[in-house]
Design a binder for this molecule. Structure first.
Ligand SMILES: Cc1cc2nc3c(=O)[nH]c(=O)nc-3n(C[C@H](O)[C@H](O)[C@H](O)COP(=O)(O)OP(=O)(O)OC[C@H]3O[C@@H](n4cnc5c(N)ncnc54)[C@H](O)[C@@H]3O)c2cc1C
Length: 219
């Protein structure tokens, strides 16, 4: 059975301790009310976005389809442009506890012949390091920071986006709740998909239903 519950976000940027920043931001973008944002996907992209919005005083809620944020993946390299963003979010100490500051990057053939050899990050003259880190552990760093800063009730797991519609000046996202199969509708000023790949049914809806499209898409 599908039951529909409509609820508004319980988030209001004016509650933030950074309200003056929000006011400036709202003014800059001609928003005359607190902005409420729903982020779909608690991957590296969605969690980083939630933290970045929080940093400028805009509160967001994250909706993840998996029932739990599990630390999966392989080792990845975070280039200085990514680290610059994470450093601005105050995450350098957590990255130092979790990953390795990469001092040299060498690509070799399977016979050990060098293909590429260069100093990265600080060694290359950037003002931040490059990091080598396990993807899942990076996600863990971002998840813990998001839970700490946004609050545990702002990160929803087990909620899969299955549809959306425009509501006045805002948007309503329809989520299927994994626990009981019920459908919950969440209304906000914007819904940002940080999912890969973007569900084709939603992509085609966004492109066909709205002229011009209501968002730019990076599928
Ligand atoms: C083998 C490999 C090596 C890589 N190496 C590097 C590297 O060295 N450096 C680098 O910078 N990048 C690397 N990458 C890429 C990097 O891992 C990805 O760019 C990054 O993880 C993408 O993050 P994301 O948040 O966009 O997507 P994801 O991490 O995929 O997160 C998307 C989240 O959205 C959720 N979701 C999906 N659909 C829905 C829905 N309908 N409703 C609700 N939630 C939904 C998913 O469950 C998931 O948790 C590598 C990737 C791979 C596979």
């Amino acid at each position: 059975m599908i039951a529909v519950a409509i609820r508004s976000f319980n988030i209001l940027a004016t509650r933030s301790t950074r309200a003056p920043v929000t006011a400036k931001l709202c003014d800059r973008y001609r928003v005359d009310a607190p902005v409420r944002i729903a982020i779909v996907g608690a991957g590296i992209g969605g969690l980083s976005l939630a933290l970045a919005l929080h940093e400028v005083g805009i509160e967001a809620e994250v909706f993840e389809q998996a029932s739990k944020v599990r630390q999966l993946g392989v080792g990845i390299n975070l280039q200085p442009h990514a680290i610059k963003v994470l450093a601005a979010l105050g995450l350098l100490p957590a990255l130092d506890r979790t990953g390795i500051r990469t001092r040299r990057m060498i690509y070799l053939t399977r016979r050990g012949q060098p293909v590429w050899d260069e100093p990265p990050g600080l060694e290359a003259g950037y003002d931040v390091p490059m990091f080598s880190i396990h993807r899942g552990k990076l996600q863990g760093v971002l998840y813990r920071a998001a839970v700490d800063r946004l609050g545990p009730n702002r990160i929803h797991t087990g909620q899969r986006l299955i549809g959306l519609r425009e509501v006045g000046d805002g948007v309503a996202g329809r989520f299927e709740r994994r626990a009981d199969g019920e459908t919950v509708e969440v209304i906000g000023d914007a819904l940002i998909g940080a999912v890969r790949p973007a569900p084709p049914s939603l992509l085609s809806k966004l492109v066909s239903d709205t002229h011009p499209p209501m968002c730019r898409l990076w599928p």
